[in-house]
Design a protein around this ligand. Structure first.
Ligand code: NAD
Ligand code: DAU
Length: 342
């Protein structure tokens, strides 16, 4: 058995990764550590709570004592660090939690890995936002792994700091680190504060959908399962000390994404409301993922039109999941589930 620690597994990408890994590999055991911040929801993982190859531990990655005790007792082969404060707008309103979790938390995990791990790999889940942004009028430009770090928001700055810490631990202490920098994900279990699930949930309630500025900003959308498969490849076949970009080859202006979502829901474009722009709003992200394709054979499998249909259908079929988040009931439901397993 291969024992993998997944931090932040009660959030969007981490939970999708856990489901993917348990389905794709019979010889994998997962321990999920998550502090259940506002973005963590144990309901997402409920179907796994009695699975003998899965264990949930409620803990904060900034808690050094708790992390050391966990690493000492569990002997992880691989650590995949998803745990983060992840929403750019929240980082603009209140940066401190981003510095604590994204920088200090990553440092604590690296120290725990070094001190107790005989682990094969420490994988840091990073973001394309560490490269800053690209101009809208230069479609020929893309982020490569060599693009200098040039961040805009407290969120992206905290993620870039964590990347540098990982690379420093590789160089100085030989911690076997890999880093992946991914573009915008979409799919099931995404908290309805991010663009696509926010648009779906508001449109289904016939509420206005807020588009920042003129909706011209461009993001490169990747179906979450394609991201999970890329990480699976990198942790098993990637080279230590390396950074890998992950992207969807799928650039879209925000306004077009919003119109696609409204059309899929059969809702009118009159719901669109242009609102004040995000301060420091990055113009365009576009990933060159050719290193990952060339070296590990990864390509994104899901076309945007198919992925969006699947995602919209999931939110239609699972309205209780996101309505419990909007009402706040998910906090109580998570606590009840926690009571059952502890
Ligand atoms: P998310 O906000 O949905 O989930 C984050 C999870 O981390 C939550 O379950 C939360 O409870 C947990 N967490 C937060 N602080 C913690 C702490 N101190 N200790 C333990 N757990 C903590 O985030 P996501 O969208 O799933 O993103 C996961 C990772 O992927 C992040 O590192 C993010 O930077 C990165 N990323 C996200 C995207 C995207 O489009 N969502 C794209 C590229 C990279
Ligand atoms: O690129 C990867 C990043 O993608 C991740 O590192 C982040 O964790 C993730 O949150 C995401 O960041 P963005 O800021 O790109 O995602 P968000 O869903 O917040 O916004 C997508 C775009 O839509 C962005 O240009 C801002 C715009 N937007 C967003 C919201 C919430 C709107 O126009 N209206 C909105 O209400």
């Amino acid at each position: 058995m291969e024992k993998i620690l997944v931090t932040g597994g009660a959030g969007f990408i981490g939970s999708n990764f856990i489901y993917h890994m348990l389905e794709a590999h019979d010889d994998v055991e997962i321990v999920c550590v998550d502090c259940l911040s506002y973005a963590g929801n144990l309901v997402t993982l409920e179907p796994l709570l009695e699975n003998p190859r899965f264990k949930f531990v409620k803990a904060d990655i900034t808690d050094r004592e708790a992390m050391y005790a966990l690493f000492e007792s569990e002997n992880f082969d691989i650590v995949v660090n998803f745990a983060a404060e992840s929403h750019v707008d929240r980082s603009i309103d209140s940066p401190e939690a981003f510095l604590m979790t994204n920088i200090i938390g990553t440092g604590v995990l690296l120290d725990a890995f070094r001190k107790y791990g005989n682990g094969k790999r420490f994988h840091q889940v990073s973001t394309d936002e560490v490269y800053g942004d690209l101009p809208l009028d230069r479609p020929d430009l893309f982020f490569t792994e060599e693009t200098p770090l040039h961040t805009s928001s407290p969120y992206s700055t905290s993620k870039a700091s964590a990347d540098l810490l990982c690379l420093a631990y590789y160089r100085t202490y030989k911690v076997p680190v890999t880093i992946s920098r991914c573009s915008n994900n979409y799919g099931r279990y995404q908290y309805p504060e991010k663009l696509i699930p926010l648009m779906i949930s508001r449109a289904l309630n016939d509420e206005n959908v807020p588009v920042y500025g003129k909706g011209e900003n461009v993001r490169d959308w990747l179906f979450v399962l394609d991201h999970c498969k890329a990480i699976d490849l990198i942790i098993h076949k990637g080279k230590v000390g390396e950074v890998y970009n992950i992207g969807g080859h799928n650039e879209r202006a925000n306004i077009d994404v919003v119109k696609t979502v409204l059309a899929a829901l059969g809702k009118p474009e009159s719901l669109i409301e242009f609102v004040t722009d995000r301060p420091g709003h990055d113009l365009r992200y576009a990933i060159d993922a050719s290193k990952l394709e060339r070296e590990l054979g990864w390509v994104p499998e899901t076309k945007f039109d198919d992925g969006i249909k699947e995602t919209v259908n999931w939110y239609l079929d699972n309205q209780k999941w996101w309505k419990d988040i909007i009402s706040g009931d998910y906090v109580k439901l998570s606590e009840e589930l926690l009571g059952k397993i502890s």
